[in-house]
Design a protein around this ligand. Structure first.
Ligand code: GDG
Length: 474
C-alpha cells in the first residue's frame, strides 16, 4: 500500500521482547525521537520505516498501538559498521564537539552508504505519488539524495536531532562532501538551533560551492533547499497530566520516603553517554559534601543512567568510570542507610520518570554538548506546583529557551558547584519566578507545534519552488 507520509528513522519505536513461553512481541521503546514523532504519525496516519533492532531478515510490516511499522534488517556486520561504527563511533563524537575522538574507517563508511541505500529503496517503494517523506537523524544523512534520485516527485524533509558542528570540526570528515550532498537531496533541512543551520549553509558554500543566500541554497538544477532551525520539544500537556495523576503523586511521595525524606533531592536522568556530563556533575556534588557545603542529610543525588550503546567501547569505559566514582563517593561520604548518591543503571516507564521529576527539588542537566535535551523540558512540564530548580548546561540546545534555569558551563567545576549550591539554597519565591517563566515557554512550544511548523514549512517550500521555478527532473 502506498502512503502519503513516510517517517524514516534508524530505529523503529519498538523493542522486541520474548515472554516466558518463548513468544516474541513488540513493546514501545523509550528515547528522544520516539517521544517526539509518535504524535505526528498518529495525526497523519503515516508509516514508519526503521531497523527492528535485530538481524532477522524476513520481518513483515506490523502495527503496535495503531502505528504502522515497516522493519528493515541489518546484518550483524552492518550493525557493527553502520550503527556502532560510522554512526556512533564517527559521527556522534564529531558532531558533539569532539567530546570523544572520532574514528575514521573506510569500511564503516562503505557500510553507512549501503545501509542508507537500503532505507532509500524501501522508502521509494512505500511512498505514494507526491508523498511527504520525513527522514530523521545522523544515521541517515545520505537518504535524501538517494531517495530524490529514485523518486523526484516526493517532498523530502530531513531533521537532525543532534548538533551540526562548525566547519572547523566537520571538515575533518573524509566524506564531508558526500554527507553535504546527501542532505541537499531534501527540500527542507531542519536543525535544533539557528547556529547549526548556519554551519550547514556555510559548509555547503565552502565545500560544495553552491550559491547560498541566508537560509537558502541554490542548486545548479534550479532547485532550492532551505536550512532552518526547529527546536524540538515535548508533549507538555501529556506530561503535566501524568504528573498530576494520583498514582504519580503518590509514587513521588513514596520515592521521597524511600530516600529517607532528605531536605533536598538532586536528580539526573540521562542515557549513559559521555556527552551528558554525568561524571563531572557527580564529582561536583561529591565535592560540595566533602567541602562541608552540603551534608548527606541536606541532600541526596539520584542519578538514573539508562543503558545505551553497550557494545561500543567508549560507552563501556564510561560505565566503569561512573561505577567507580559512585562507589568511591558513597564509600567516602555516605552513612549506613544514607548514601550520597542513589545510582540506578536502568530504564523506567514514563510514570516513574514523571514521579522522579515530581520528587526532585533540583534537576541537574549538564551535557558537554546536546542537540536539545528533552529531559530538561520534561522536568519543567512536571513541576505543576511551579517550584523546583533546573541546573542546565549552556551547551544544551534547551538553554536557548530555558533562560531562567541556573545555566552552567560543565567544564567549569567550581562554576557548577556554585550553581548547584545556589539552586539548593534558592528562596521559594525565586524558584517560582523562574519556573513560571520556563513553564510558559514549554506550554507554548510543545512537540505538536514543532512538528506542525516543520511539516507546514516543508509543504510551503514545495509551493514556493513550484510557483517560482518549473518542475525539474520529473
Ligand atoms: C537525542 C539528542 C535531543 C530516557 N530514559 C527513559 C526515558 N527516556 C526518555 C526521556 C526523553 C528521552 O528519552 C531522552 O531525550 P534527550 O533529549 O534527553 O536525549 P537523547 O536520547 O540523547 O536524544 C537530544 C533528542 O534526540 C530529541 O531530538 O533532544 O539532544 O541527543 O524523552 O524521557 N523514557 C522512559 N524510560 C526511561 O528510562 N519511558
Amino acid at each position: 500500500m502506498a502512503h502519503d507520509l513516510v517517517i524514516v528513522a534508524n530505529r523503529l519505536p519498538v523493542d522486541r521482547v520474548t515472554d516466558r513461553d518463548g513468544k516474541t512481541t513488540w513493546r514501545a521503546s523509550p528515547g528522544g525521537l520516539v517521544s517526539a514523532i509518535e504524535p505526528v504519525m498518529r495525526a497523519h496516519d503515516g508509516v514508519w520505516v526503521g531497523w527492528s533492532g535485530g538481524s532477522e531478515q524476513r520481518l513483515k510490516p506490523f502495527k503496535v498501538n495503531g502505528l504502522q511499522l515497516v522493519p528493515l534488517a541489518l546484518s550483524a556486520e552492518e550493525v557493527e559498521e553502520h550503527y556502532e561504527g560510522f554512526s556512533n563511533g564517527t559521527l556522534w563524537p564529531l558532531y558533539h564537539d569532539l567530546v570523544a575522538k572520532p574514528e575514521f574507517h573506510r569500511e564503516w563508511w562503505d557500510s553507512y552508504v549501503k545501509v542508507n541505500r537500503r532505507f532509500a529503496e524501501k522508502t521509494a517503494e512505500l511512498a505514494a505519488k507526491g508523498a511527504t517523506v520525513w527522514v530523521h537523524d545522523y544515521q541517515l544523512q545520505l537518504v535524501p539524495q538517494m531517495l530524490r534520485e529514485l523518486r523526484p516527485d516526493l517532498r523530502i524533509g530531513f531533521y537532525l536531532h543532534i548538533p551540526f558542528p562548525p566547519a572547523e570540526l566537520f571538515q575533518q570528515l573524509p566524506w564531508r562532501r558526500q554527507i553535504l550532498e546527501g542532505l541537499l537531496g531534501a527540500d527542507l533541512v531542519g536543525f535544533q538551533l539557528p547556529g547549526a543551520a548556519q554551519n550547514f549553509i556555510r559548509l555547503v558554500r565552502q565545500r560544495v560551492g553552491h550559491k547560498t543566500h541566508r537560509d537558502l541554497v541554490y542548486l545548479p538544477d534550479g532547485r532550492t533547499v532551505r536550512a532552518a532551525a526547529f527546536p524540538i520539544s515535548i508533549d507538555a500537556a501529556g506530561f503535566e497530566e501524568l504528573a498530576r495523576s494520583e498514582a504519580v503523586t503518590e509514587r513521588a511521595a513514596a520515592i521521597r520516603d524511600a530516600l529517607g525524606n532528605p531536605s533536598k533531592i538532586f536528580l539526573g536522568i540521562d542515557r549513559l553517554d559521555y556527552t551528558k556530563g554525568i561524571y563531572a556533575r557527580l564529582r561536583a556534588f561529591g565535592e560540595l559534601i566533602s567541602d562541608g557545603d552540603l551534608t548527606v542529610d541536606d541532600a541526596v543525588f539520584v542519578q538514573v543512567a539508562v543503558p545505551s550503546r553497550e557494545r561500543v567501547e567508549h560507552y563501556r569505559n564510561l560505565r566503569d568510570d561512573i561505577d567507580r566514582l559512585v562507589g568511591r563517593l558513597n564509600g567516602d561520604l555516605g552513612r549506613i542507610g544514607t548514601p550520597a548518591i542513589s545510582y540506578l543503571h536502568t530504564s523506567y516507564p514514563r510514570e516513574e520518570m514523571a514521579a522522579l521529576y515530581r520528587a526532585a527539588d533540583i534537576m541537574v542537566v549538564t551535557p558537554y554538548r546536546d542537540g536539545m535535551n528533552l529531559v530538561a523540558k520534561e522536568y519543567v512540564a512536571c513541576r505543576i506546583e511551579e517550584d523546583g530548580a533546573l541546573v542546565l548546561s549552556e551547551f544544551a540546545g534547551a538553554a536557548d529557551e530555558l533562560r531562567q534555569a541556573w545555566l552552567v558551563n560543565p567544564y567549569d567545576m567550581n562554576g557548577m558547584k556554585a550553581a548547584l549550591l545556589e539552586a539548593h539554597q534558592a528562596e521559594p519565591k525565586e524558584l517560582t519566578r523562574r519556573m513560571k517563566a520556563m513553564r510558559k515557554q514549554i506550554a507554548q512550544h510543545d512537540v505538536k507545534a514543532w512538528a506542525d511548523s516543520f511539516m507546514t514549512e516543508l509543504a510551503e517550500d514545495g509551493q514556493h519552488s513550484k510557483s517560482v521555478l518549473p518542475a525539474t527532473r520529473s
